[in-house]
Every structure is written in structure tokens, then in C-alpha cells.
Design a binder for this molecule. Structure first.
Ligand SMILES: Cc1ncc(COP(=O)(O)O)c(C=O)c1O
Length: 367
């Protein structure tokens, strides 16, 4: 290792996903079901708002907490929804920015953070970066939010419980009751509850429910990357108790500085762009995947997001993904998101034609 590299960077690695993309790079025209972003483009009015902002010279730093109209608009919605006495909002550099600042603001070395396994890849890496201890809680085989298992994992070092519903990589959505139980458990034990709600718009069978409803200390992170296909524009937001938000802002001031200003104006216009057409379309894609794969695969029905997490035939998800890639299908092995190597992730944020081709290859590989 190069002598200048800090020790903390050695506590996690990104080699798993790189291996998959190295393999994929050799494919000519893969059927790509690996992508974690919508297959539609940024809606036209949002594109126009960004261009207008740039032309209007809104290109400088914004206030650390974000432009006032966007922050106010989100704040109004948040206050209306929760009505908490002490809840503040700021604009972050994507949901990832909100996650980084949450960890830096709340995790001390040795603090334990509980989250469900499978998990979004960033969680254990960010926890380790802050010197914290990731405590993944197995959620197989149904990938539900198992409150009893979470409770059993709590120790006197537990600082935070991190929930993500709808979830990446499983697409599973927690029920209102499960979220309420976790919210009340965190409240009772005085443990920080961080809710990653980036897929909140992608709910197919039930309305979205936030655990902040039942726990006024919950820190919520959300953003525009997935809902409006703005992954490259880096706009997210965080709301939570004002002292915690102020601490995150102190760090944002000395790190991200602010979310890109033109993108914030675009996000303001995004608040008025209806998503129903896209959500209906993605529900249809979810159904298409379930109908196509249920016969040959063990697969939990995704209630949200745009992922499914089937069990791989054979004993290794990774080995199966290698076979799929050889057959021209790009999917992600489950062990990137999990301590187990038994499943694989498909993203159904793809055209129906791509989905049909992918389903056909998967069914062939399972026979
Ligand atoms: C669960 C989850 N949280 C956060 C993010 C990061 O999103 P953003 O583009 O807003 O940083 C992602 C992106 O894939 C995600 O799946």
C-alpha cells in the first residue's frame, strides 16, 4: 500500500462490484439489468428549469442549507406531514451526501449501527469510514424488517438503526406496523433512527409510510436522483431534529459546501412534476418480472423501488452471475449487498424489450 494512504480507507473495498463491471466491459451488447437508476430521462420541465437557472446566472455557491425557495417548499411539506415541534430541513448533495453527513455527525469510533442484510452497499463502508461498527441483521428469506431481530442486536454500544424502505437491493417494502415498531423501539432505547427514503415515490401496492410519523427524532434522507432520474445532478435533502441538522450543516460547509445551484432550481420545479405515469409503468415492469420469473425462481415480490432479488440456482450467487454474464446478461451478485452469496439483484428500470430478453436468458439458465 502506498505510504500516504490513510488506514481508515483500508477498512472497506469496492473490488466486488468492479469485478462485475470488468466482466461486463467485455460484453458487446449486454442485456443490462444492473442499473440502479430510472430508464426514463429527466422530465422536460426540469431540464428547462436547470437551463433557465444557468442562463439567469444562478451559478454561484448557494447558501450551505440550500436555496430558500426549495428549502421552504420541502419544509412546508415536511411540517404539514409530521407537524413536529423541532424539525429542520436542508438540501444535501444527493442522498449520498445526506448519508455521509449523518454518519459524520452522529457516529463516534466504536459506535454500532444496525441495518438489515441485504443492504445498500454504501452503508457498511460509510460506517467504517467513521470508525463505527456495522451490525448487519440477517433478513433472509423474506427480506422483511424484522423488529425482533433488530431488538436482539441492540447492545449498549448501539448508536443508530438505519432503515431503508423500499429497499435496495430487494425492492421489499416494510409494512406500516413494522416501521412503527422500529420507530418506537428506537425511541424507547434512545437510539438514533436514520430512514433512507430515496425510493419513497416508487410504491406499487400501498402508500408510503415514514417511521418519522411515530418517532419525532427520526432523521430522514431523501432526494431527486431516483424519483426524477436526476442521479447526476446531486440534489437530496435531510430533515430531522434541528441540532442534528445544524451539525450536519457545519460539516457540509467544510466539505460539499452546497448542492449544485442550477440543479437546486431544477429540483424546485421537480416538486410540481407528476410521477404517476412513471410509477404505473414501473408497477407494470415489476409485474412483468414477477410473472416471468416466479415459476423457476424463488423471488419475493418487490413492493417498491425497481429491484428484485431472486435466489440463484446452485450454491453461489456469484458463480451464477458469471454464467449469466457469459450468456450476455448483466446482473449483480447478491454478495455485493450481503454477507450471503445466494441471490442476485436485477433492476427492472429497463425497457420492456430488455426485460423480456433478460427473463428469457434467466429462465434458460435455470432449466
Ligand atoms: C438505498 C439508497 N440510498 C441512497 C442512494 C444514493 O442516491 P443519491 O444519488 O441521491 O446519492 C442510493 C442509490 O442507489 C440507494 O439505492
Amino acid at each position: 500500500m502506498h505510504p500516504w494512504i490513510a488506514q481508515r480507507t483500508t477498512t472497506f473495498d469496492s473490488s466486488g462490484i468492479r469485478k462485475v463491471f470488468d466482466l461486463a466491459a467485455k460484453l458487446k451488447d449486454p442485456v443490462n439489468l444492473s442499473i440502479g437508476q430510472p430508464d426514463f430521462d429527466v422530465p422536460q420541465p426540469i431540464q428547462d428549469a436547470a437551463i433557465q437557472a444557468i442562463r439567469d446566472g444562478k451559478n454561484a455557491y448557494s447558501p450551505t442549507q440550500g436555496i430558500a425557495p426549495l428549502r421552504d417548499a420541502i419544509n412546508d411539506r415536511v411540517q404539514q406531514q409530521f407537524g413536529h415541534d423541532d424539525r429542520d430541513v436542508f438540501i444535501s448533495s444527493g442522498t449520498s451526501g445526506g448519508l455521509v453527513l449523518s454518519m459524520l455527525a452522529m457516529i463516534d469510533p466504536g459506535d454500532e449501527v444496525i441495518f438489515m442484510d441485504p443492504y445498500f452497499v454504501m452503508y457498511p463502508a460509510l460506517i467504517r469510514l467513521c470508525g463505527g461498527v456495522p451490525v448487519p441483521v440477517d433478513s433472509y428469506p423474506d427480506f422483511r424488517l424484522h423488529v425482533d431481530r433488530i431488538e436482539a442486536a441492540i447492545t449498549d454500544k448501539t448508536k443508530m438503526i438505519l432503515v431503508n424502505s423500499p429497499a435496495n437491493p430487494t425492492g421489499v417494502t416494510a409494512t406500516e406496523q413494522e416501521l412503527r415498531d422500529v420507530a418506537l423501539l428506537a425511541k424507547e432505547k434512545n437510539i438514533a433512527l436514520l430512514s433512507d427514503e430515496i425510493y419513497s415515490q416508487f410504491m406499487y401496492d400501498a402508500p408510503f409510510y415514514s417511521p418519522a410519523t411515530d418517532n419525532d427524532q427520526t432523521i430522514v434522507i431523501d432526494g431527486f436522483s431516483k424519483s426524477h432520474a436526476m442521479t447526476g445532478w446531486r440534489v437530496g435533502y435531510v430533515h430531522g431534529p434541528s441540532e442534528i441538522i445544524a451539525t450536519m450543516l457545519k460539516i457540509q460547509q467544510y466539505s460539499f459546501v452546497c448542492a449544485p445551484q442550477p440543479a437546486q432550481w431544477a429540483a424546485l420545479s421537480a416538486l410540481d412534476v407528476p410521477l404517476t405515469g412513471h410509477i404505473d409503468d414501473y408497477r407494470h415492469k415489476r409485474d412483468l418480472v414477477m410473472q416471468g420469473l416466479s415459476e423457476k425462481y424463488e423471488i419475493e415480490k418487490p413492493g417498491g423501488a425497481f429491484y428484485a432479488f431472486p435466489k440463484a440456482p446452485g450454491s453461489s450467487g456469484e458463480a451464477f452471475v458469471h454464467r449469466a454474464i457469459e450468456a450476455g446478461l448483466l446482473i449483480i451478485p447478491g454478495n455485493i449487498f450481503s454477507g450471503r452469496d445466494s441471490h442476485f439483484r436485477i433492476s427492472f428500470a429497463a425497457s420492456d424489450e430488455t426485460l423480456h430478453r433478460g427473463i428469457e436468458i434467466l429462465n434458460r439458465l435455470a432449466s
